[in-house]
Ligand binder design. Structure first.
Ligand SMILES: *Cc1c(COP(=O)(O)O)cnc(C)c1O
Length: 365
């Protein structure tokens, strides 16, 4: 059986470091925020090259707090890609704003920048590019457009930890970057966790207030906020994993390159990396017009694979009220029918990888 990801293998590879971090936290008596969280926030801020990092309960909350800090709410429109995890759309709706979808580039799955401009209206407040699968979105033209139209940019960097755009870390380019430490993400906790990062002190202060009931001073709420804090235990675990993340991402890139070489001659489309970016392969996603059959075949051979995502958000139940029709975002819809993520994690062995490639070759021949 070859799993899609193997979180236990990663734990075993640095068990001593993780166990020590967990034990130290248990002995510290400090479980919510506190020194472990502050230290981890500082590590991430310095890694990404930003001034402020604020640890939160999840990546979903990171998007919500970013939108709230930018005063986005009822009557506002936010432009997002039509192919992404539902949270990108759901968080926009949860603050009362309207997601406005834009199709994706069929070769990178990133937001189609040329189409963004056609969707800007007087109600548009922000753009949320998503660094989907760990490949950076084309940020320069997004930032240019945003500046020209007075819009804010929130990067959904949940899948792109460590990725680079023209030498800059993704998440550090827009007004606010959102990170997720969901266990399977490139830097994953042993539970939920998230973070917002920014160079803007006023936004940072606002998001710090929002994560704890709108408090500037304890118990004195200045606005309605949330309980969305990173646990000390998760921060300690993340801090222990953090020094390894570059090596893990490098390993992901090697495995991806090997997949792409071996699959190149077969009738599947392999992922690409734009010359301006460094892909960190949160997911290694191929495309096949016989996707469902291929997935069933792999399953029979004991090989896990997954579809990210079978339903583009504009066709989801909560978005029905916006009246989007099938066919409106053809590349997003095609991706939802044809994409398949193959097993990829830093500990995947060469033998396991050969097994996956051989199974795909068997299926296609
Ligand atoms: C994982 C993910 C999120 C949400 O993060 P959680 O920590 O699971 O709440 C948001 N956007 C994208 C693109 C994601 O992949």
């Amino acid at each position: 059986m070859i799993p899609l990801v193997d979180l236990v293998a990663q734990y075993h590879s640095i068990k001593n470091e993780i166990d020590a971090a967990v034990n130290a936290t248990l002995e510290s008596g400090h479980f919510i925020l506190g020194p472990a969280v502050t230290r981890f926030e500082e590590s991430i801020a310095s890694y990404l090259g930003v001034d402020h990092a604020i640890g939160l309960a999840s990546g979903t909350d990171a998007l919500v707090l970013a939108l709230r800090a930018l005063n986005i709410g009822a009557g506002d429109e936010v432009i997002i890609p039509a192919y992404t995890f539902f949270a990108t759309a759901g968080t926009v709706m949860s603050v009362g704003a309207t997601p406005v979808f834009v199709d994706v580039d069929p070769s990178t799955y990133e937001i189609d920048v040329a189409e963004i401009e056609t969707r800007i209206t007087p109600g548009t407040k922000a753009i949320i590019p998503v660094h989907l699968y760990g490949h950076p979105a084309d940020m320069d033209p997004v930032m240019e457009l945003a500046r020209a139209h007075g819009l804010k940019v929130i990067e959904d960097n949940a899948q792109g930890f460590g990725a680079e755009y023209k030498g800059r870390k993704t998440g550090s380019i827009g007004d606010i970057g959102c990170l997720s430490f969901f266990p399977t993400k490139n830097l994953g906790a042993f539970g939920d966790g998230g973070m917002v990062v920014t160079n803007d002190s006023a936004l940072a202060e606002r998001m710090r207030m929002l994560r704890t009931h709108g408090w500037k001073k304890k118990y004195y709420s200045e606005e309605v906020g949330y309980n969305s804090r990173l646990d000390a235990l998760q921060a300690a675990i993340l801090q222990a994993k953090f020094p390894h993340v570059d090596a893990w991402n490098e390993k992901r890139r090697e495995i991806a390159e090997r997949y792409s070489e071996q699959l190149a001659s077969l009738r599947v489309t392999v992922p690409m990396e734009c010359e301006w970016g460094r892909h960190v392969y949160h997911l290694y996603v191929i495309r096949s017009d016989r996707r469902d059959e291929l997935q069933a075949f792999l399953k029979q051979k004991g090989i896990a694979s997954e579809v990210y995502y079978p339903l583009p958000p504009h066709l989801s139940v909560p978005c029905r009220k916006f009246g989007y029709k099938e066919g409106q975002f053809p590349f997003a819809e095609q991706a939802s029918r044809e994409t398949l993520a193959l097993p990829l994690y830093p500990e995947l062995s060469g033998t396991q990888q050969d097994e996956v490639v051989n199974a795909i070759r068997d299926f296609l021949s």
